[in-house]
Design a protein around this ligand. Sequence first.
Ligand code: LLP
Length: 438
Amino acid sequence: MSMWPRNASFNSGELFLSGISAKDLAKEFDTPAFFIDEDDFRLRANAWNQELLESFGQNAGTVYYAAKAFICVEVARWIAEIGIGIDVCTGGELAVALAGGINPAKIEVHGNNKSVEEINSAVKARVGTIVIDSLYEIERVALAAKSAGVVQKVLLRLTPGIEAHTHESIATAHEDVKFGFSIASGAAWTAVLATQNHPEIELRGFHSHIGSQIFGTESFGIAADRLIEFLGKYRDEFNAELPELDLGGGYAIAYVPGDKELTPHKVLPALFKSVNEACKKYSLSIPKISIEPGRAIVGPTMVTLYEVGTVKDVTLEEGGQRKYISVDGGMSDNIRPSLYAAEYTAVIANRASTAPLTDSRIVGKHCETGDIVIKDIKFPSDIAPGDLIAVPATGAYGRSMASNYNHVPRPPVVAINESKARIILRRETISDLLSLDI
Ligand code: LLP
């Protein structure tokens, strides 16, 4: 069940989310729609926080939830209540975090091209940390801090030169990327020196994020080692130790049967071991370690419900048949299959079926062949218009990457908790879309 939210269950073939049937949910909220298990979200966020504290003890920094995975004001309120931090990477995400009442001191601001306006609003809001990504930004943040009359804490984003084993578009810490300063090329050291000219910024340490949907623990350890070696260089040069490291997010979740998620308990004790060894090797005291899980908190907490509109049997050139099952959403609510060849699984959510399984493809309603939800799946051959299809693990980078392609209004997010369902982000309407036209 690891792809499904904690409170999902099946009864006579029907899916129930926290005790409410998929049929009732579809009737009340229409489809397509995202359903988030609030209890699961809170437990997952707490589990990362708890394990960071247990693994790192007094050296535990902050768990920053990566808002890009999914954020809305209500979820920001949950984050505020849970008491962890948040990583935002645009002015928009910052605004949502503040609207949800998150303590600005627990906000960390990312982005490889933050606008001057975004920097100014972050500094004025008194965010805890800005992660600096270019030499220009050192000047811009210093100027913003000077005019606000504050000293801004910053980290430098570094690329430790790691080939993370994941899709090319979501690997971020090899050398040839737009993010951060490379340690190997000397750019990182140039940036360190540039921070020294500005009393308005306080360099607290370094940051790296090696990529996303990473199943193994070793790459995180290697990144930690390289960053700690660099902390050693700083100490040798300035005779002072920097107090913080942020090692980013990227922990994998299960999307299809057989995937093994990287749980806090699997990764954080191993990370502590790597950090501890590296600090010994370079004779440093252990800095405060922060992390930024996004997908690993929200990913498995959401399910997308679609309704089937048409079913078509297509004869394949190589022989055989494929059943094309069209649902009422598609690449506008889940771009990941087309963008990263991401795999998902699905079930019929409204009934049991004993029909034989047949080669099928679940597709969306967009005017594009690549509009695929699931490329290859064995599905009951009696699937028919009006059936509901549930796709699990759509919480991360689903609604947050949704678009209005073909002028399709984006689906709502409905929170379910203790057998009660409520809309936390409403469905867009055609009027919302038309309201932008002049
Ligand atoms: N921290 C930083 C600096 C990041 O850039 C990211 C993700 C995260 C944390 C959170 O990573 P997570 O724990 O969620 O893997 N749209 C892609 C993922 C792009 C991730 C970008 N940065 C996808 O759908 O797979």
